[in-house]
Design a protein around this ligand. Structure first.
Ligand SMILES: [Zn+2]
Length: 301
């Protein structure tokens, strides 16, 4: 068989296998064979579209949208196929925005200075739009691991009936920390940013979350939401602990983050270890299971 013939044959075979795998799971068409074929095809298209996800950009009308500097990218919303819980979890694979360090955004919507150190030091009013993240001891960039973690968590959440808004669904998303938070505010029920800590230590630290510094608890929108941010953080840590993950003895750590400053839904930065931590799929799956436990507990499931 020539190459084209082989391709055509393989294509037909693939279509037949897909139809056999997908169609029986879908409700049957109403009448005669022609209509069933048509309905089946439409259902197949709808199913494929859901698997692909729906792109969601930043609406300039949304509150705080005008504080974003990098905003041309799209988040992607995936919907659970069964056991639907009616909750959308925004999963934020930390870092991963090309050019993110060459632009700055206001640390706080009221333009007051930052109250703790971090990637940007205390006292600054503007911070890099998206930092590049740390590098693991084995040379792997943090942004690669946060993306892999987000993908594993996405599949686990979808299987559990949660819809998932992937704020970064590929290697690069042109959405800064403000844009990601604002999209999550308007399209999700909670926002979980995945990170590993670049603390410079040569020992494994364990998981912790970034809690809200006292000095920010009177600034809106933090004042109205910090208790829910911290309750979400506590639930995630308990889920990870229940899954047997190591928790840092000093958890949580107060940090003035752009994410928190612009969040109007429960929102947390979870650090799943540091640059010495293992980050193979087996461990990431364990951590994702722990996060799922925490999310279930947060929503009362
Ligand atoms: Zn990070």
């Amino acid at each position: 068989m020539n190459r084209n013939g082989f391709r055509k044959g393989a294509g037909l075979l693939l279509a037949a296998v897909l139809a056999a795998a997908v169609l029986p799971a879908l409700p049957a068409g109403k009448t005669g064979p022609d209509q069933e074929m048509g309905t089946g095809f439409m259902q197949l298209k709808a199913y494929a579209a859901q698997q692909k996800g729906e792109e969601i950009g930043l609406d300039p009308e949304w509150k705080y949208a005008d504080f974003a500097a990098i905003k041309s990218g799209k988040a992607v919303l995936y919907k659970a196929q069964s056991n639907r819980k009616g909750k959308v979890i925004a999963v934020n694979a930390g870092h991963g925005t090309k050019g993110g360090t060459s632009v700055k955004t206001w640390c706080h919507p009221d333009k007051t200075p930052k109250v703790t150190g971090g990637t940007t030091s205390a006292g600054a009013t503007k911070a890099v739009a998206v930092s590049s993240g740390m590098t693991f001891k084995d040379g792997t960039p943090e942004s690669k691991v946060t993306l892999r973690m987000a993908q594993i968590l996405k599949d686990k959440l979808l299987a559990a009936g949660y819809d998932v808004l992937m704020l970064r669904d590929g290697e690069d998303v042109q959405l800064d920390n403000v844009a990601r938070s604002v999209i999550a505010n308007n399209k999700a029920d909670c926002h979980i940013a995945l990170h590993w800590d670049g603390d410079g230590l040569s020992t494994i630290k364990g998981c912790f979350y970034m809690s809200v510094p006292d000095a920010l608890k009177t600034m809106e929108p933090v004042a109205s939401h910090w208790k829910e941010h911290e309750r979400l953080g506590d639930c995630l840590i308990e889920g990870l602990r229940a899954q047997g993950m190591k928790i840092w003895g000093s958890n949580p750590l107060d940090m003035d983050l752009t994410q928190t400053s612009y969040s109007t839904i429960p929102s947390v930065d979870i650090e799943l270890g540091n640059q010495c931590s293992r980050h193979d799929d087996d461990l990431l799956r364990q951590e994702a299971e722990g996060l799922l436990k925490g999310i279930n507990s947060f929503f009362g499931y």
